[in-house]
Design a protein around this ligand. Structure first.
Ligand code: BGC
Length: 379
């Protein structure tokens, strides 16, 4: 980063703080009374739904900004969903143990309506990462604010059993694609969640051992089959990177950002996918033409912050700030640098313009702003 952009970022810290604070207000205002965070209240394909993945990172951002009750209410929503599906979880676990796993369609969905029901639209629903991420996020929340996990115990126990039975199944990735692969970021989210649950003190000895051994198995799978040319790979056996891989270093810490693998992965994502602060999902992305995602810019910023590269982290926050429109709302992606412009229109025709606001974008902005001391909070 040049000295000039260092100075620009420094001078803009009050703008960053303003957007971070208004982001917290926006998320609070849009949180449903059930505790669910709508992914995007207006975008046709997401309206009325809350994802375990988006929601868990949103709750983590809110928790870091001191919004304890908001995050707790989201975790209540997760836990209630799991309890209501305890019979399904039991069946999934029993069938996996008997060597006759249920088909993908009978696994738990990735998203639910705001009131916690299964959706009735077709969706790429079988994704395991969000279940790991909620375990990680609820444990972080409890550590950060000294809260007992008792309130979420049943949900945590059911999730541990669910993931222990099914952690290595191929499923859709963070981007709801490539269902035939085992994705490294998915394994990382599971490892992070299971290790956090094992260490949380809320589980019986038996469940804690199950969570810990599953976490270790997922991590060894990453290290033995999920590395290519010294960096983490998009899926086991792939030679590509994906920006979602950053999350399993920062903030989840499954792979240390300062380890050799961590360092190579950050530098590969940075050189292949970061264009002037705006981060693409992966090189072959064509969704809405394959734009740059502010939430991914903020994940990369968190990794830079962890590596004590504060100016680079500020640069990421600075870029993300520029994606907010005149109402202060942040989109899922911006089209200023498209990987495949010829593919944008088909998505606009199908679903309308890209999601805005996307609550996950706002939450990652908040999380990075807290990390960098731009607003008060607890990392
Ligand atoms: C993204 C998912 C996200 C969902 C809701 C999809 O386009 O690929 O990662 O969970 O939108 O925000």
């Amino acid at each position: 980063m040049s000295g000039t952009s260092d100075q620009t970022a420094e001078a803009r810290k009050s703008d960053f703080a303003r957007l971070a604070r208004s982001s917290v207000r926006l998320i609070s205002a849009l949180q449903d009374e059930s505790g669910a965070y709508p992914a995007s209240p207006t975008f046709s394909a997401y309206r009325g739904y809350c994802w375990f993945r988006d929601g868990s990172f949103i709750a983590d951002g809110m928790s870091s900004a001191g919004e304890v009750d908001s995050a707790s209410r989201f975790f209540d929503w997760c836990s209630a969903i799991l309890k209501e599906r305890s019979d399904s979880v039991r069946q999934i676990v029993d069938r996996a143990e008997a060597g006759d796993p249920v088909p993908d369609k009978q696994m738990l969905p990735t998203r639910f309506t705001l009131s916690g029901a299964d959706g009735d639209d077709d969706w790429w629903d079988f994704q395991l990462d969000g279940y790991g991420t909620w375990l990680w996020a609820v444990a972080e929340h409890s550590k950060r604010h000294g809260l007992s996990l008792e309130r979420w115990r049943s949900g945590i126990e059911l999730t541990v059993q669910y993931l222990a039975s099914s952690w290595d199944r191929p499923c859709f990735d963070w981007w709801e694609e490539n269902p035939d692969q085992v994705h490294v970021s998915t394994l990382g989210c599971i490892a992070a969640g299971m290790s956090a649950a094992a260490d949380s003190g809320i589980l019986s000895v038996e469940l804690s051992e199950l969570a810990s051994s599953t976490s270790q198995r997922a991590t060894s799978r990453i290290l033995s089959e999920g590395i290519v040319n010294g960096h983490l790979a998009k899926w086991l056996g792939s030679d590509q990177v994906d920006a979602s891989l950053i999350s399993i270093m920062s903030p989840m810490g499954v792979v240390s950002p300062s380890s050799e693998i961590g360092h190579s992965t950050i530098s590969e994502v940075n050189s292949q996918l970061n264009v002037e602060g705006g981060v693409h999902r992966y090189l072959a992305d064509t969704y809405f033409g394959g734009g740059q995602w502010p939430l991914l810019s903020c994940f990369l910023g968190l990794a830079f912050a962890d590596a004590h590269e504060t100016n680079k982290a500020l640069d990421q926050l600075n870029w993300a700030t520029g994606t907010a429109d005149s109402n202060g709302t942040m989109p899922e992606q911006v089209p200023s640098h498209l990987l495949d412009p010829s593919r944008k229109q088909e998505w606009v025709e199908r679903w309308g313009t890209a999601a805005n606001p996307l609550l996950w974008s706002h939450a990652m902005y908040v999380r990075l702003a807290v990390e960098l001391g731009i607003i008060e909070g607890k990392q």
